[in-house]
Ligand binder design. Structure first.
Ligand SMILES: Nc1ncnc2c1ncn2[C@@H]1O[C@H](COP(=O)(O)OP(=O)(O)O)[C@@H](O)[C@H]1O
Ligand SMILES: [Mg+2]
Length: 212
């Protein structure tokens, strides 16, 4: 759908409502990277601690304990620095990145991070600008998930800052809920347009591009 994969460096927003598959897509993509011998980091925000994410994802076939044990896929946490020292959040993030040198980084999800910073009186827009400036200096693809839908994307700061936007949705049509994935924007790429049917099975996500 995107001419062969994510550019490096690039930032990708994976937007969708709860349960649309954002975490599954992100983590499956980290295991893909790790199977190529590279390092992928999963940074959990406050909503779900990393061990919770790991325990439900370990049911998927793509989840490989060996890759976790050998630190090819690293599950880490921004939650405690968010709560206790939000002003040091950037530093904490940089520390994790510099320790593991990932070629793919997932921040899941960004929405509560911004809300907490705002509540603690820290300028969350400035944080976002610093974050994106930092990410541009890395040879890394960063996937940022956000609890958003088609209605909220046009007014969201991150949607302007990223290189690509993937929207995941599950509209109800004729009494049936189907999952979809759409590449809404992808800088410099002749990407497939329109919502594509998405399947989530034990094997992970698969997109049926072109099927209706
Ligand atoms: N083994 C499985 N087989 C099929 N579907 C699954 C399986 N595990 C999870 N799912 C689906 O994946 C969804 C969870 O996706 P998740 O990545 O947690 O979404 P999000 O991060 O957007 O909230 C569930 O709502 C469920 O429909
Ligand atoms: Mg999730």
């Amino acid at each position: 759908m995107i001419e062969g994969g994510f550019p490096v460096p690039s930032t990708i927003l994976v937007a969708g409502e709860p349960g649309t598959g954002k975490t599954t897509l992100s983590v499956q993509s980290l295991f893909d990277v790790a199977r190529n011998g590279e390092v992928g980091i999963y940074l959990a925000a406050i909503s779900e601690p990393p061990w919770v994410v790991q325990s439900f994802l370990s049911n998927f076939d793509f989840y490989d304990v060996d890759l976790v044990d050998t630190h090819k896929v690293v599950f880490s946490d921004l939650g405690s620095s968010l709560v206790y020292e939000p002003e040091n959040l950037m530093e904490r993030l940089q520390q994790v990145v510099e320790t593991y040198q990932p070629s793919r980084l997932v921040i899941d999800p960004i929405t509560p991070i911004r809300e907490i910073l705002e509540r603690k009186g820290i300028n969350d827009r400035e944080f976002m600008h610093n974050l994106f400036a930092y990410l541009k200096t890395l040879s890394c693809t960063t996937i940022i998930t956000a609890e958003q839908n088609y209605g909220t994307i046009p007014s969201s700061l991150e949607s302007y800052m990223v290189d690509g936007i993937i929207v995941m949705s599950y509209p109800e049509e004729e009494g049936v809920r189907r999952k979809y994935l759409e590449v809404l924007k992808f800088r410099g790429t002749d990407h497939v347009t329109g919502r594509q049917l998405l399947d989530i099975t034990r094997e992970g996500l698969s997109v049926h591009a072109g099927l209706r």
